[in-house]
Design a protein around this ligand. Structure first.
Ligand code: PNS
Length: 168
């Protein structure tokens, strides 16, 4: 059984992530999307919300499973019995960090190799951070994220704005 883990924050999942999920799932028997439960960051969505959004947008891919994890990605791979870590490379600016991560992960766990996918050109400039920023200022994010995710982002921003207006 060829199994891979695609770890990330996915706050929220973008069309760039989804493109990588579809392509990686076609290469392996099972792809596990691992959503990092990272206490150090203040995400827009809770880890449960991120997992649910990912399950929703990957429901059409039968060999994809979505789980949350805490701690090291390679530990999560070991728990899932996965031999590959999947990561996307958008531009040269991603390269240094991704190389460092892949080499660290390989030295932590020799049984796990990182597979890099070059992001599709039309999604190469998209990041979750940029999507959130565009949405915060009322811009159109429909070509960056699936429609149900766009709706969730606008709803969350609306809730946050209401809280601010009420002084909460
Ligand atoms: O989507 P992101 O935020 O770029 O994903 C980064 C992620 C989650 C893959 C990375 O931060 C990670 O693997 N974190 C878990 C802790 C870990 O394993 N660190 C060692 C890698 S150097």
């Amino acid at each position: 059984m060829k199994r891979a883990v695609y770890p990330g924050s996915f706050d929220p999942v973008t069309l760039g992530h989804l493109d990588i999920i579809e392509r990686a799932a076609a290469l392996v028997d099972e792809l596990i999307v691992g959503v990092l439960n990272n206490n150090a960051k203040t995400p827009l969505f809770s880890v449960e919300e991120r997992v649910n959004m990912l399950r929703d947008v990957t429901a059409h891919i039968p060999n994809v499973r979505v789980e949350s994890f805490s701690g090291l990605s390679v530990e999560f791979c070991r728990k899932c019995d996965a031999s590959f870590l999947v990561r996307g490379l958008r531009a040269v600016t991603d390269f240094e960090y991704e190389l460092q991560m892949a080499q660290t992960n390989r030295s932590l766990e020799r049984g796990v190799d990182t597979l890099f996918f070059t992001t599709a050109l039309n999604y190469a400039y998209i990041s979750s951070t940029i999507v959130k920023e565009v949405a915060f200022y009322g811009g159109d994010i429909s070509r960056f994220v699936p429609p149900q995710v766009a709706e969730r982002i606008y709803d969350r921003i609306c809730q946050m704005n209401q809280k601010t207006a009420n002084g909460v």
